[in-house]
Write a protein that binds this ligand. Sequence first.
Ligand SMILES: [Zn+2]
Ligand SMILES: [Zn+2]
Length: 362
Amino acid sequence: MGKKTQHCLLLLLCLSGLAHYSAAMVFWTAMVEISYANSSNVTVDKYCDCGVYGRNSLLEKASGIVTLPRGDPKGCGSDPVYNRNSSSVPWIALVKRGNCTFSEKINAAKRQGAVGVVVYNFDGSGNSTNHMAHSEATGIVAIMIGNSQGMEIVRLVSNGTDVQMLIDLGSPHGSWMDTYWLYFLSIAFFIVTAASIAYFVFISVNRLYSMNAHRRTERKLMSEAKKAIGRLQVRKLKTGDEETASDSHMCAVCIESYKAGEVVTVLTCDHIFHKDCIEPWLLQRRTCPMCKCDILKALGVEEETKESLSVEPPPDVTVITVTGGQPMYEVPLTDPARPDPERLPHHYDNGAYEVDSLAVSR
Ligand SMILES: [Zn+2]
Ligand SMILES: [Zn+2]
């Protein structure tokens, strides 16, 4: 179970990582439209869905005259960076990536009144763009375009062409897909987790229950076995007894022949074993090692235990006294509540008689 939990946790970690990654991947493309008059005084309109809104950008339209920084095209350094002021027509700053942070570039243009900032990528990066992070510069439209697109506009503006630019929201790239995918994954993960937890709870409870039941049964059987052992006839061997006479009689548990003075137990099937040998055996197995005879059944202990659980009055008990008036056995002779013909022969009353006969032979 511990291993499984670890797997679940690992999967959860991966998913949360994926969630973060997906959230960072949500970005809006920007449509960039430029229009200018060419050398033959014809208005040229160019349009591409080639920009990407910065992470901290306003997600709205912006339009104005494209303006380059005065000196360094990267637009860093101290003010004034641009030859513009907020009182004139709306303008959009076009700066190259590098030298300082995106926030610094964007703020430099914002301070001078730009309505938007377009950052174009490093030289040699072609049409590729990045999802800019500029947490220090907010409240303004800021997009990034590829180096080739940026350079084309820079050439026009440097030649003295007035380039009008319109930036507009494109599409939320991959974001909805990512979101739905994430929802789907979350739900699938939740279902799988819930199912496995339910399964393991079920298995554990089941196992615990059967273990307890098994333990209870074992305990019950052992106490029954103890009760049955208490009822078995026990004898002390003497010199001249049949069992001590020849080596052919031996205890099947320890494989040793009987000697005078040893205490033996006689099972219900009349098989004899050392008392010390057979009692642990019976506690565990409850059967005769030689003939497999079940002593609980033979003595009727099993049924008795069941009865004792119900609220029946105890049967009448008659005390038989043998040899010198000592009470030897308590044998229920009459059971008016439930006379059981099968049970009575198993109460080894004859054991008492045997003791008696031994006593007589003594
Ligand atoms: Zn033995
Ligand atoms: Zn036996």
